[in-house]
Design a protein around this ligand. Structure first.
Ligand SMILES: Nc1ncnc2c1ncn2[C@@H]1O[C@H](COP(=O)(O)OP(=O)(O)OP(=O)(O)O)[C@@H](O)[C@H]1O
Ligand SMILES: [Mg+2]
Length: 160
């Protein structure tokens, strides 16, 4: 179970916890939401993305888009656009994908490794930062920017 440490800061103790927190967050998202997932290799960004997909009722596997740059899921409550810019070397690659159509898009957009092309991010977004605090502990900080409305619907006080 994720434990709330501060208003928008949580501690998870397993990958399942991280997925459950992300799934709860997904319930409160609306079309046009852009989420940026930050954290080092292995921090848990892709686990968070999997939980978020589950929370949007996307049933199948959610592989990392490391080589494809973008994976699109249409079968959930909202479309999910999952980007991983780790392998992006120059902005033209993103232009070819029509990246501005998704930032924001008509569903939920997730970006891993946004550091590669920070200038494409809209001002209104949710920054999600994952920091390892042990082998299986992760601190997860949620920071709404530019008027992003953060709702953690259905969350019991202090737990998720
Ligand atoms: N509390 C936790 N939350 C998330 N992942 C955890 C947690 N505890 C352990 N893990 C493990 O950490 C790893 C996280 O991997 P993941 O692919 O999600 O990282 P990532 O941030 O996407 O890395 P990359 O930048 O390489 O894609 C997984 O092996 C997962 O099992
Ligand atoms: Mg990843």
């Amino acid at each position: 179970m994720a434990v709330r440490q501060a208003e928008n800061r949580w501690l998870t103790s397993s990958p399942e916890d991280t997925r459950a927190l992300a799934a709860r967050l997904a319930l409160g998202l609306t079309a046009g939401a852009v989420l940026v997932l930050r954290g080092d290799l292995g921090a848990g960004k892709s686990e968070f993305a999997r939980g978020l997909a589950r929370g949007l009722d996307i049933k199948g596997p959610v592989p990392s888009p490391t080589f494809t740059i973008l994976n699109v899921y249409d079968e959930g409550r909202l479309p999910l656009y999952h980007f991983d810019w780790y392998r992006v070397e120059d902005a033209e690659e993103l232009e070819e994908l029509g990246v501005s159509d998704y930032l924001p898009g008509d569903g939920v957009t997730l970006v891993e490794w946004a550091e590669r092309a920070e200038e494409y991010l809209p001002a209104r977004r949710l920054e999600v930062t994952l920091i390892p605090r042990g082998d299986t502990e992760r601190e997860i900080a949620l920071k709404p920017l530019g008027g992003f409305t953060l709702r953690m619907d259905g969350t019991e006080e202090g737990q998720c």
